[in-house]
Design a protein around this ligand. Structure first.
Ligand code: ZN
Length: 421
């Protein structure tokens, strides 16, 4: 018996607003049609999610997919690629489960996936699950390895802070951090100057004029003509290694300015782990120094303080999709974020805020609001973030954020946005 004979199928195509996708709806449908025709399947419907509406992550929240599910008498859904249906394993499995319940299976033209047979289905599910498990396992392994290295007092690699160097570990494998006899005295003097209230500029000038050896990285790159710059000094004054503490992500930050001076390795009681052999100043002095640096009225310091108070635009607006609590405003490495007070998932706002504003204007701009439209109200309130929030709330049914892979890129698949009916 040929299972493929006499199938009735529907086609599904999706185009999201993100730019990286170049295959148009028309081309997706065309390849699906060819696939169906080659197998002698009858096409009983074509469903499409186009443009902005397709950025909604869960298939069941999309109009095209919902209409498809409402259609009758088909036993296969043909899509071009799996990512047209869902980008996450759970969404994919859920959509497939819904189809399976009504006796239909999924076929992807360009992926080795055929959910119309039990074997094909098992294989596809396995692939998807292993793909996601693999990614998570790799991340977990890297995290665990780093944590263990730090616990053992070893240096996990990456940029070595000024005044220190790494040597082979005497008591075990790997490398450990020690003071660099050539540069440590300069570091110590620079820190003392900062504690006396000297400006970062003054310290830079003094180091340059005294011919202090530059950071090794700068020497290797031969970028400097012996001159110290204030960013380098600002960065080293904020490094918790000054107080013998271990930054949680040593050597990670590309620019020294992104180091969070209080994100340090802590013991089981939450107290910072201190290696006295590395300390240039006491922990209290380090804390005082951070306050001094932040209180400076130089343009750069002022900018940093301003960013601490983040825009109220998303205050009590977004909920964590896992915990169902409002996400709070905060900063992470001085960038504005929303974070869940329960599970601590975090999403950056630098891209999120404009993304929401854009969708509001594109999808709801023409809706009536007061005496005019949403678009007009939005323009009228200018940059008043609280008034913008009020406009957004008139249109919003719900905004939920779900967990994503930690990274620096904005992932719109994490944003579950519903407008009022
Ligand atoms: Zn949460």
């Amino acid at each position: 018996m040929n299972l493929n004979q006499g199938r009735r199928c529907v086609l599904y195509a999706r185009l999201s607003v993100t730019k990286e996708e170049s295959v148009s709806i028309a081309r997706q449908l065309q390849s699906c049609r060819r696939y169906a025709e080659a197998r002698g399947w009858e096409i009983v419907g074509e469903f499409v999610d186009d443009g902005v509406s397709a950025t909604i992550s869960r298939p069941e929240d999309r109009n095209g997919w919902t209409s498809l599910l409402a259609a009758r008498d088909f036993d296969a859904v043909v899509i071009w690629k799996v990512d047209r249906l869902a980008r996450r394993v759970l969404d994919f499995l859920h959509a497939d489960e819904t189809l399976e319940k009504r006796g239909a299976g999924l076929v992807a033209v360009d992926d080795p996936i055929d959910m119309t047979s039990p074997q094909g289905r098992a294989f596809a599910v396995m692939l998807a699950v292993f793909g996601e498990m693999e990614a998570e396992a790799i991340r977990a392994r890297v995290r665990a390895a780093r944590a263990q290295l730090l616990k053992d007092g070893r240096w996990p690699g990456g940029g070595i802070p000024y005044g220190y160097r790494s040597i082979a570990n005497q008591t075990g494998p790997g490398r450990v951090l020690v003071k660099d006899p050539e540069r440590a005295p300069w570091l110590s003097e620079a820190v003392k100057m900062a504690l006396r209230g000297e400006t970062v500029n003054a310290i830079a000038m003094w180091l340059t004029e005294s011919g202090a050896p530059l950071p090794c990285r700068q020497v290797a790159r031969q970028t400097a003509n012996g001159a110290w710059n204030r960013q380098t000094i600002d960065g080293l004054l904020r490094n918790p290694v000054l107080a013998g503490m271990t930054p949680r992500n040593p050597g990670r930050a590309k620019s020294a300015k992104r180091v969070d001076p209080f994100a340090v390795l802590r013991d089981e009681h939450g107290r910072p782990v201190v290696n006295e052999a590395l300390a240039v100043i006491a922990a209290e002095e380090f804390v005082a120094l951070q306050h001094m640096l932040n209180a400076r009225t130089s343009p750069q310091a002022r900018k940093r303080c301003d960013r601490q108070s983040t825009s109220p635009f998303l205050s009590r607006v977004a909920r964590c999709d896992d915990c169902d609590v409002y996400m709070c405003r905060g900063t992470n490495q001085k960038r504005p974020v929303l974070y869940c007070p329960t599970c601590r998932q975090t999403i950056g706002r630098t891209a999120l805020d404009p993304y929401l504003a854009e969708r509001l204007l594109i999808e709801r701009g023409k809706e009536l609001l007061g005496d005019g439209t949403v678009e007009e109200s939005w323009a009228a309130v200018g940059r008043d973030e609280l008034a913008r929030r009020a406009v957004l709330l008139t249109q919003l049914e719900s905004l939920r954020i779900r967990r994503g892979v930690v990274g620096r890129y904005f992932d719109d698949e994490r944003v579950l946005l519903r407008w009022r009916a």
